[in-house]
Every structure is written in structure tokens, then in C-alpha cells.
Design a binder for this molecule. Structure first.
Ligand SMILES: O=P(O)(O)OC[C@H]1O[C@H](OP(=O)(O)OP(=O)(O)O)[C@H](O)[C@@H]1O
Ligand SMILES: O=c1cc[nH]c(=O)[nH]1
Ligand SMILES: [Mg+2]
Length: 211
């Protein structure tokens, strides 16, 4: 498993506004989308491509095309849905599958309540979108599920990660072909397993308080 913390002033600035408790949902959604586009630029460095011959108005030349099957993008509902548009803007030909997962706030166990993915992911490159990597339980389950379906490698794009969650994932997925691309590795988890300084509950800030 590899971890890449993206160090860029544009990322740091947008993240600062996102963290601010006074930032309203519409601005939060817009900034999330913009941040994902910046992170996706780094996260797609290893996307599989092949040469393709094309004709410009001047001559024939060899360019680059995504190798088929194209990457699969998997937002983890709810909060990951806020990252989808930013990703598909950059990789418009990607297919999209969905995982609905929620962390039980008492036991911190991640449960899967919805799944809409291709049955066979053999050889597929998969990009998972989830803004928060706290204990790491949600991403661990998601990644294991994708490998069980045959994915060749999984890249998770997150806004914030806690060191505790990264360590937990590292100890379970050390040898796995997993990359975590994150805007900031924060200080720690608090007693409720929220990321500190963090940005609060990403799903609630994007979409309002869940019932
Ligand atoms: O690393 P973990 O400790 O598992 O926590 C992280 C998870 O918690 C949040 O989702 P949540 O369960 O709040 O669902 P939501 O997106 O519907 O709000 C977040 O979007 C991650 O999926
Ligand atoms: O800080 C946190 C931790 C888990 N889920 C969130 O949305 N935020
Ligand atoms: Mg939530």
C-alpha cells in the first residue's frame, strides 16, 4: 500500500475553506468537486494507456488513449457522491459503480447497505471516492470487496485521513496494490473517532443531517 499526501497551495487553500464550520453546503459541494479534480490529476498517474494513431489537420501522429476496459470509479455513498462529478470531469469515459456504506457511530463498524458494481472486475483499475478515512474500517471493507471481485489495483481518493486509520489499513493491506491519495493527513481521531482538526461529518456538510 502506498500513501500520497498532495502538497499544493491550491489544495491547501480549498481545504482550509472546506474545514471552516461557517462554509455553507453549496460552497462545500463546489469546493469538494474542485479538490477532487486536483487530487484526481495525481491519482491517475498510473492509469493504463496505449498508443493510438490519429490524424491532426497537418499530419498523422501517435497519441494516447485509455486502455479498455476503462477505469471503474466507485463513490462510497453518501459522502463520496459529492466527489463523483469532479472525477468524471477528468475521466469522462470511466464507468461508475456504487457502494452504499455507513459507519455505525457506536460500534464504528462499517455496514454495506447498497451495492451496484459489475460482477466481474478481473483486471480492472478501480478508483474509490470517499472524503474521510477515519478508523479506515469503511475503506478496508470496500477495498476487500473490490479485490474479491477481481480488481487489479485500487486507488482511493480522500480529502482527509487520520494517521490511526492509515496505520490500520497499512497493517492489513501492506502487500496489496492499493494507493491512497489524500489532501491532508490530519493530527488524530477524537473520542468519537472523528478526524481532528477535520471538517466534521462530510455527508452532513454536503447534504444536511441524515435522519
Ligand atoms: O474510516 P471510518 O471510521 O470507517 O469512517 C469513514 C466513513 O465515515 C463517513 O461516512 P458515514 O458512515 O458518515 O456515511 P455518510 O457518508 O452517509 O455520512 C465517511 O464518508 C466514510 O465513509
Ligand atoms: O471526521 C469524520 C469521521 C468519519 N466521518 C466523517 O464524515 N467525518
Ligand atoms: Mg456521515
Amino acid at each position: 500500500m502506498r500513501v500520497l499526501e498532495v502538497d499544493h497551495p491550491l489544495v491547501a487553500h480549498k481545504l482550509t475553506v472546506l474545514r471552516d464550520r461557517n462554509t455553507p453546503s453549496p460552497v462545500f459541494r463546489q469546493l469538494t468537486e474542485e479538490l477532487v479534480t486536483l487530487l484526481a490529476y495525481e491519482a491517475t498517474r498510473e492509469v493504463r494507456t496505449e498508443p493510438v494513431e490519429i490524424e491532426t489537420p497537418v499530419t498523422r501522429t501517435v497519441g494516447t488513449a485509455f486502455t479498455k476496459p476503462t477505469p471503474l470509479v466507485v463513490p462510497i455513498l453518501r459522502a463520496g457522491l459529492g466527489m463523483l462529478e469532479g472525477m468524471t470531469k477528468l475521466v469522462p469515459t470511466a464507468e461508475v459503480g456504487f457502494l452504499g456504506m455507513a459507519r455505525n457511530e457506536e460500534t464504528l463498524e462499517a455496514i454495506t447497505y447498497a451495492e451496484r458494481l459489475p460482477a466481474d472486475l478481473t483486471g480492472r483499475q478501480v478508483f474509490v471516492l470517499d472524503p474521510m478515512l477515519a478508523t479506515g474500517g469503511t475503506l478496508r471493507e470496500a477495498v476487500k470487496f473490490l479485490f474479491a471481485r477481481g480488481a487489479s489495483d485500487v486507488t482511493c481518493i480522500c480529502l482527509l485521513a487520520a494517521p490511526e486509520g492509515l496505520q490500520a489499513l497499512q497493517s492489513e493491506l501492506a502487500e496489496a496494490n492499493v494507493t491512497i491519495v489524500v489532501a491532508s493527513i490530519d493530527e488524530r481521531l477524537n473520542e468519537k473517532a472523528y478526524i481532528v482538526p477535520g471538517l466534521g461529518d462530510a455527508g452532513d456538510r454536503l447534504y444536511g443531517v441524515a435522519g
